[in-house]
Structures are given as C-alpha cells and as structure tokens.
Design a protein around this ligand. Structure first.
Ligand SMILES: [Zn+2]
Ligand SMILES: [Zn+2]
Length: 81
C-alpha cells in the first residue's frame, strides 16, 4: 500500500492525498509535478527511476487507510548529484 506522503521532497509543497500534482517513483519518493517536470527532468534524484502520477485514494478508503503524515523533505535541495 502506498504511504501517500504529505509533501514534495524537493520544494516542500503540500500534496494532499487527492492531489493530481503528486508524482511518485518506484520507491515512492514523492514530488510535485512542477519539480518533476522542471528541475528534476523526469528522473528521481534518489534512485534515478522515472515517475508516475500518484493514484488518488478514494475518501472512503482514506478513512480506513489514512495517508502518511511523515514529511520527507530535503532542505539542502533535491537535484541529482
Ligand atoms: Zn516540488
Ligand atoms: Zn526514487
């Protein structure tokens, strides 16, 4: 099951569980569409993999399976080394 992390790892922007702007890699590194399409160039800076749009978890399912509240953020920046 996806964690549904609450924010973009790069810019820190909030990404609600129903956000259409959330993008995830295969390890569920989570970024917003702006960062993915912009400075990340479509590749995950942590693992080098590609991104897919994060599926929306329906509200009824969120009640039983809540989204993660643990923020992952890299204040030093997210660009690949
Ligand atoms: Zn971002
Ligand atoms: Zn990754």
């Amino acid at each position: 099951m996806l964690e549904l992390r609450p924010n973009c790892e790069c810019c820190g922007r909030d990404l609600a569980p129903d956000s259409l702007d959330a993008r995830i890699c295969t390890f569920e590194c989570t970024f917003c569409a702006d960062c993915v399409d912009g400075e990340l160039g479509g590749a995950c800076p942590n693992c080098g993999g590609n991104f897919a749009a994060r599926p929306i978890r329906p509200a009824a399912m969120l009640a039983c399976y809540p989204a993660s509240t643990k923020r992952v953020f890299k204040p030093e920046g997210c660009k690949a080394a």
